[in-house]
Design a protein around this ligand. Structure first.
Ligand SMILES: *Cc1c(COP(=O)(O)O)cnc(C)c1O
Length: 367
């Protein structure tokens, strides 16, 4: 192996780290294949985009960029606190909720500690854990979702953090309230549980728990949410975590002073006020999801039922080949071999027109 002079000097976790593979950008595909009008259904973005009110706030914020942002995010925290019925000093704002996941890792993980997460879980848990040179303990999945008993069974005296995605990305699987509560009751109170609710707003199931309500009972819980998914602001990078005041204070110590930019702060506040846009996004996702499931059924494909704005399907043929052939037709989905799912592809529910493009392309490729 021809490693550079510096490889051996990096922190142990960093040496073994494989960077995150993002979905392919539309522009990159168009450049590579000389295509026009490619569509991207690869990163679970809201196909409706952000609220027009958020876009207006972004324009206004652009007039004051010479100033540093409010490092405490006072106004946004106040709005969030009201909406979520929590105290502002329980909120940590992040450069995406990804940032908050890393703050938890940085505050609580190190070379002598362990973090637990599930097979097929969101890739950032592994990255955040490894970047801190902590040990990753990966528990086997059950029906593609988290096996909470296996996760409890993996807890040792070195466990500091357990990451749970509800629903999980890429599988779209979810855990009911009773399962999460039972898990929290059995988890040692000195182990931090990160409940990642990036797709919270999309989930319609009556048994789906609201992490904010669990915070009152469990002070070792960190609930994370984001403006990247249903709020359509993935490009601005803003999300948040909610936790006990004590944990929030610790996260604040490792946070960059200005980790969230002023445009994102103002846009998020405006986006939060436009709940009719959230509802329209839920409705569009529901009908799009039904359409995709119906068409997968017609094409004889297996899929994993999902409560998010994305769905994993098994394309019958080699998934990597199908991925490439969809690319040639200008449709970008997400290969998920890196998540231990080489036989599946993940597609984001798009606009009606985008969903039809996906179905048409899939039908052509599988014929
Ligand atoms: C997209 C996603 C996130 C993070 O998104 P941000 O853009 O960083 O807020 C976190 N968790 C899961 C499960 C996701 O799918």
């Amino acid at each position: 192996m021809n490693l550079s002079r510096f490889h051996g000097l990096a922190n142990a976790g960093v040496q073994a780290l494989r960077p995150y593979q993002p979905g392919k950008p539309v522009e990159e595909l168009e450049r590579e294949l000389g295509l026009k009008e490619a569509i991207k259904l690869a990163s679970n973005e809201n196909p409706l985009g952000p609220s027009p009110q958020a876009v207006r706030a972004i324009r206004d914020a652009a007039l004051n960029l010479e100033r540093y942002p409010d490092g405490n995010g006072f106004r946004l925290k106040r709005s969030l606190a009201l909406q979520l019925a929590v105290e502002p000093n329980m909120i940590t704002l992040g450069n995406g909720s990804n940032d908050v996941l890393e703050l938890v890792a940085r505050a609580f993980l190190g070379p002598d500690s362990e973090a637990i997460y599930s097979e097929h879980a969101f890739a950032v848990y592994a990255l955040a854990t490894q970047a801190c040179s902590a040990r990753s303990v990966v528990t086997p999945a059950k029906d593609w979702g988290h096996d909470l008993n296996a996760m409890l069974g993996a807890v040792t005296s070195k466990t500091r953090v357990v990451f749970i995605a509800n629903p999980n990305n890429p599988t779209g699987t979810w855990l009911p309230r009773s399962a999460v509560v039972e898990f929290m009751e059995q988890l040692p109170p000195e182990v931090i549980c990160v409940l990642d609710e990036a797709y919270f707003e999309y989930v319609q199931m009556p048994e789906y728990p609201d992490g904010m309500r669990l915070l009152r009972r469990f002070d070792n819980l960190v609930v994370t949410r984001t403006f990247s998914k249903i709020y359509g602001l993935a490009g601005l990078r803003i999300g948040y975590g909610v936790s006990s005041k004590e944990i929030t204070d610790l996260l604040n110590r490792v946070r960059q002073p200005f980790n969230v930019n002023s445009v994102a702060l103002q846009a998020a506040e405006a986006a939060l006020k436009d709940q009719s846009h959230v509802q329209a996004s839920i409705d569009a996702n529901d009908s799009g999801m039904r359409r995709l499931e119906g068409e997968f059924g017609r094409l004889g494909l297996d899929w994993i039922p999902s409560v998010g704005n994305f769905i994993c399907f098994a394309p019958r043929k080699d998934a990597e080949v199908v991925y490439q052939q969809l690319l040639e037709r200008g449709v970008i989905v997400r290969p998920i071999a890196a998540y231990g799912m080489p036989g599946h592809l993940r597609a984001t529910v798009g606009t009606t027109a985008e969903n039809e493009r996906l179905i048409e392309a899939l039908e052509a490729v599988l014929r």
